[in-house]
Design a protein around this ligand. Sequence first.
Ligand code: FAD
Length: 407
Amino acid sequence: MLNQATIEIIKSTVPVLEVHGTAITKRFYEMLFTSHPELLNIFNHANQRQGKQSGALANAVYAAAANIDQLENILPVVKQIAHKHRALGIKPEHYPIVGENLLKAIKDVLGDAATDDIINAWADAYGVIADAFIGVEADMYAQTAAQPGGWDGFRKFVVTRKDQESSAISSFYLKPADGQAIAAFLPGQYITVRATVKGRTNTHLRHYSLSDAPNSDYYRITVKREAGNDAQPAGVVSNYLHDQVHEGDVLEISAPAGDFTLDPAVPSQAPVVLISGGVGLTPTISMLNTLVGKQPERPVTFIHAAIHSGFHALRDHVKDIAEQHPQVTSYVCYESPLAGDTCDHTGYIDLQWLQSVLPEETARTADFYFCGPTPFMKTVLQALKQNGVAADRIHYEFFGPAGSLEA
Ligand code: FAD
């Protein structure tokens, strides 16, 4: 429990965090990896280099500081981060290391402005925030390991099938090497691959949404190759999966996690609108496949945006589902269609087009789930809000550290 003086000091530093938060967390990661290089086995290096991770951590620290006397207000954010921590294998012993380096980074960036009182207040507050995370994560670890087919840490899975879904996207079907049961999951959740890539030090951990309906036999992930160009290097794990992982190979994965979910056990007649851009279709395909099997009474609108047909994964699958299930309507948007491509909309998705395909009744009553590149998600979110969709019916997933779609 923090005393009032500490709470006031923490709250008084919120404006400073708004200004210097990203500089502090950037410095924090530099210090952390210098003093504890073994943590490079857990954190995504590309996210650090691009500043995405520092931004996400700064937002989380900022939210915690602003709500320090009522942390329950940010419980959904804590839970979202805790899911990732559980999937990555973050343990209680990591928290003091993070705390020590965060305080050093605050001191380093703020200099004399970070008085002893401020540093001591932050040390106390960090203890409270860390305990909140450790508590939520302990429950998640216990639940994950205790559920039928569940496991702790990373488990070996055999790639039993690899399918090319588009020029840049492939699916991997994964069955447990031990032949035992696998944990159930909710559509929208992800597993985490721990890759050991030839020629590189450290292990590389990446999350991949499960792209098929839950079943007792296999997990499927569907991965886009992040090709390099003059401005940026090729992605480590996606290229490893595409080039070096073949049928019969073994991958280490942690158990399903994530709070971007559609639970088919919760009875509902409400329409569902699934909107995806590029490889962001993986969780929405899992939701689509689940809905037609488990909640066939719910109307589903499946909207997918791709650059053109060459990048359009699982096109025939969605077309077949829409043909076989009258409650499913599918729309395809191509940014720059190839000659001969057919689609329902050319260019980016915008409010006007969304309004043209979503009847007013659907916009009012449906649950919306979307995923895709950040600019795409910003546009979709803005369009849904402008269309009067209530906040509690809007759900989305970032394929990277969580950021803000509001700017
Ligand atoms: P990384 O090596 O992590 O690089 C990422 C990007 O950064 C690349 O484009 C690379 O070019 C660029 N980069 C690297 N270094 C630099 C640098 N120094 N400067 C500038 N740019 C740089 N992906 C899928 O394909 N399918 C999914 O279903 C999926 N689900 C996800 C679910 C969740 C919850 C999350 C968080 C992510 C998901 N992702 C998914 C994304 C996935 O986790 C990986 O981020 C993605 O595969 C890229 O990983 P990588 O190792 O290939 O690239």
